[in-house]
Ligand binder design. Structure first.
Ligand code: GSH
Length: 206
């Protein structure tokens, strides 16, 4: 199998932390997004979506979604599980991951991509050129902040999002928080449960 990625971007980072935690070594090519290599014909021939990360299996099948790639790797390499140990845990992990993706990572992308000239006509990732809607920056900011406060309440004194073990959902939340400075956001000090969770999650993944 082969992975195409760009380590410093948020979605690639989700996959990178997953792979590092499991201690996997997978042949990898960096697609330099700063020079728009993800939009080059050579990469589009591999992944017509033009997004990273992407994994091509030994059978030649393309996987383009982080959660799908993680699920595949978890099935192949079940040691050091990150997607739950029982059917119910797995359902909870997938639900949390989806929620973190839609409420935080998409809110982050809304802030990042709807004002900056660097993303003119590129308001959404992928092959379709889409114009910016500047008002979405405000909506993304409101959603991002509100979601952190909600999560802080819901987490309470639980060690991780899905209970006692770190999972792929925690990785998504960690990446959203650690990348927030790109859009001048951060985890408020008042979110004390999440502050504690952040330390535990960094330690669990290191
Ligand atoms: N739904 C994809 C999202 C992948 C994605 O949006 N990746 C960004 C980098 S963080 C990208 O490739 N952007 C390409 C672009 O901006 O055109 C996933 O879950 O992996």
């Amino acid at each position: 199998m082969h992975i195409y990625t760009f380590d410093s971007a948020p979605n690639p980072r989700r996959l990178g932390l997953f792979i590092a935690y499991k201690g996997l070594e997978i042949p990898t090519t960096q697609i330099d997004m700063r020079s728009n290599a993800h939009r080059d014909e050579a990469f589009l021939a591999i992944n017509p979506m033009g997004t990273v990360p992407a994994l091509v299996t030994d059978e030649g099948v393309l996987l383009t979604e982080v959660i799908g790639i993680c699920d595949y790797l978890e099935s192949l390499y079940p040691e050091r599980p990150l997607m739950g140990r029982t059917p119910l845990e797995r359902a909870l992990v997938l639900s949390w991951d989806h929620r973190i993706y839609t409420s935080l990572l998409e809110a982050f992308a809304e802030m990042l991509r709807n004002r900056s000239p660097a993303f003119a006509n590129r308001a959404l990732p992928g092959p379709i050129d889409i114009e910016q809607i500047p008002e979405l920056e405000h909506r993304g900011r409101k959603r991002f902040r509100g979601t952190l406060e909600l999560l802080n309440e819901e987490l309470g004194d639980q060690p991780f999002l899905c209970g006692d073990s770190v999972t792929v959902a925690d990785i998504g939340l960690l990446v959203a928080i650690e990348t927030a400075s790109w859009v001048k956001e951060s985890l408020p000090d008042s979110c004390t449960n999440l502050q504690r969770w952040l330390q535990s999650t960094r330690a669990a993944l290191s």
